[in-house]
Write a protein that binds this ligand. Structure first.
Ligand code: GLU
Length: 304
């Protein structure tokens, strides 16, 4: 019923796609770390090596999780590594009305419903069984869930190969907007990838499991399908992925060339001599080869 509907009219002129449009979309829940640098470098080199364009977007809808100073560290990192985004950096916190507009569209198409289940009610059950679907609750001050179908959603990751997941079995109807009004990452990412005309997503393998949800939303909204490449993750000495939650070290911006060189080594790219970051990136783009990136979800031997 859903898949042949023409694209929902959004904002004219936006959503235009050119053959390759990529992006780097960090969440400012902590300063950028070496794992984020790997993602930035890979998304940039992949886009530029295909004569594509590249945007930066700050994913800051979850205001309670924003850590003070991290937005500034992201912006300073973009400068220090001499990345050249093709547009002004956008901040999702300034776009909440757009996401709410899309939720309205989904409401009109009866694809979402209000949910009053609290975490306490749901307990440890991670699969939502649709308790509120038939209750027709008023949307005010309630979480909003999107309905999912019982079908396999499959995609061909450019590095990790074919991935399939059945949202109805694995997750159930999922939240797009929390009761406190916070727009969920899954919705904001899909809407902005569409509005920025993104064609290719290059990001960490920790987001592989989110992709089926994003493809589902992309289909419901009749947005074009994206290409995905999920990179292996850098780990810390305890075998945990580098993350802001694990208090990974912030990138030391005074060592940008050295860190850039390490990131390219981690991605198994041909070596690049220490130089200015701009010249190093230029060389890395000329030599960029995704066949060399390890086809794993974790990078062995890179402990930072
Ligand atoms: N904002 C997400 C993060 O920092 C990444 C989103 C994406 O690349 O799709 O983990």
């Amino acid at each position: 019923m859903l898949f042949n509907r023409p694209p929902l009219p959004l904002f004219q002129g936006e959503g235009k796609r050119i053959p390759y449009t990529g992006r780097f979309a960090p969440s400012p829940t902590g300063p950028l770390h070496f794992g984020s640098l790997i993602t930035a470098v890979a998304s940039y080199c992949d886009a530029r090596s295909q004569h594509g364009i590249w945007h930066v977007r700050i994913e800051d809808t979850d205001i309670p999780r924003i850590s003070p100073g991290s937005e500034e560290h992201i912006l300073r990192s973009i400068d220090a590594f001499q990345f050249e985004p093709d547009s002004e950096i956008i901040f999702q916190k300034n776009r909440i009305n757009i996401y709410n507009h899309v939720i309205e569209q989904l409401k009109q198409n009866h694809l979402v419903y209000a949910c009053q289940c609290t975490r306490k009610i749901l307990g440890s059950n991670h699969i939502y069984t649709g308790t509120c679907q038939s209750l027709n609750l008023n949307f005010t001050n309630q979480a909003i869930r999107v309905k999912v179908d019982d079908l396999d959603i499959c995609f061909e990751d450019r590095l990790q190969g074919r991935h399939c997941s059945n949202l109805s079995h694995d997750l159930g109807d999922f939240v797009l907007k929390r009761r406190d009004g916070v727009i969920n990452y899954q919705l904001a990412v899909v809407v902005d990838d569409y509005l920025q005309g993104i064609t290719h997503v290059v990001r960490g393998a920790d987001l592989l499991d989110n992709t089926a949800r994003q493809i589902w939303l992309t289909r419901l909204l009749a947005y074009p399908q994206l290409q995905y490449l999920h990179l292996p993750l850098a780990m810390n000495g305890q075998g945990q992925k580098l993350s802001k939650q694990n208090l990974a070290h912030a990138l030391d911006l005074s060592k940008a060339p050295e860190l850039l060189q390490q990131a390219l080594i981690a991605l198994h790219q041909p070596s690049v001599e220490l130089d200015t970051p701009a010249r190093m990136l230029k060389q890395a783009i000329a030599q960029w080869n995704i066949q060399r990136i390890p086809k794993a979800t974790e990078l062995n031997g890179i402990y930072l």
